[in-house]
Design a protein around this ligand. Structure first.
Ligand SMILES: NC(=O)c1ccc[n+]([C@@H]2O[C@H](COP(=O)([O-])OP(=O)(O)OC[C@H]3O[C@@H](n4cnc5c(N)ncnc54)[C@H](OP(=O)(O)O)[C@@H]3O)[C@@H](O)[C@H]2O)c1
Length: 239
């Protein structure tokens, strides 16, 4: 198998999900922080990576050019912006030599292969934020152009911070809703080990207009929170 210690891992987009996965794999000791490079639009967010020894830049092209494995971690609608930039300034980069791991919610493998170039090696994945504490769940779907060795390398990388399940791309959405959104252990471990309030952890997975906020809406609409309060009150009343 490819030796991960000799590989550089890049992240395009340095938000919540990039932080969870980057820190997850670094903490697992599989990749040295110095071999991880993160690019982000604003400078402020890069600080949380650099204080952990991770390399940072505001130039996405640097990640495309320097890294062997590139995690695409911008919002789905920003992918086209990144691609335009790549076409403008990254023509010299041989993308067919790179392995792309997309964590972007809705971009399909075929669409990414079209845009990044026929023959591009892509793994599409749906991780969750407990990757940060090594208790994540990641669903993955394999693109058409990776060798078995390359695919194995991605699986080993992601499995260092999460339980990794393979599924056909058509099932990635439903499988993620069931597996990724229902991991009480991962969410609990993250709440215990993080210095953030649970509300902040919830906000980190619920973008306005995104998929998770719909699930939260259904929970609130069904009165889940008040049902729990009623249960405590009913039990207390009998004591
Ligand atoms: N959060 C989750 O639980 C979760 C789970 C599964 C999949 N995902 C997927 O992960 C991806 C990222 O989600 P997230 O929750 O991490 O969102 P996020 O926290 O908003 O991170 C996105 C990052 O992309 C940066 N960005 C925007 N435009 C950019 C550009 N042109 N070049 C470089 N960076 C740019 C943003 O920087 P600024 O803030 O500086 O603008 C931001 O830090 C999404 O595609 C989402 O579907 C998220």
């Amino acid at each position: 198998m490819l030796d991960l210690k000799t590989k550089t891992v890049g992240f395009v987009g340095g938000g919540n999900m990039a932080y969870a996965v980057a820190m997850g794999i670094v903490k697992a000791g599989l990749v040295d922080p110095g071999n991880v490079l993160v690019s982000n639009r604003s400078k402020e967010k890069l600080h949380m990576f650099s204080k952990e020894g991770i390399q940072v830049t505001q130039d996405n092209i640097e990640v495309f050019s320097k890294c062997d494995i590139i995690v695409l971690a911008v919002k789905p609608q920003i992918f086209s912006v990144v691609i335009s930039e790549l076409k403008e300034r990254g023509n010299h980069i041989n993308l067919s030599q790179k392995i792309f791991v997309s964590v972007m919610g809705s971009n399909k493998i075929e669409e990414m292969e079209e845009t990044l170039g026929k023959g591009t090696k892509i793994v599409r994945s749906m991780p969750n934020t407990p990757c940060l504490v090594g208790a994540g769940t990641i669903m993955i779907s394999r693109g058409n152009n990776l060798t078995d060795d390359e695919y194995e390398c991605v699986k080993v990388l992601l499995s260092s911070c999460a339980e990794c399940f393979e599924c056909p791309e058509t099932l990635l959405g439903p499988a993620s809703s069931v597996m990724g959104c229902a991991t009480a252990y991962g969410a609990g471990k993250l709440a215990l080990e993080s210095d953030k309030h649970p509300e902040q952890l919830k906000d980190a997975v619920a973008s306005p207009g995104g998929t998770t906020i719909r699930g939260l809406y259904a929970i609130e609409k069904a009165g889940f929170r008040s049902a729990l309060m009623d249960a405590v009150n009913a039990t207390t009343a009998k004591l």
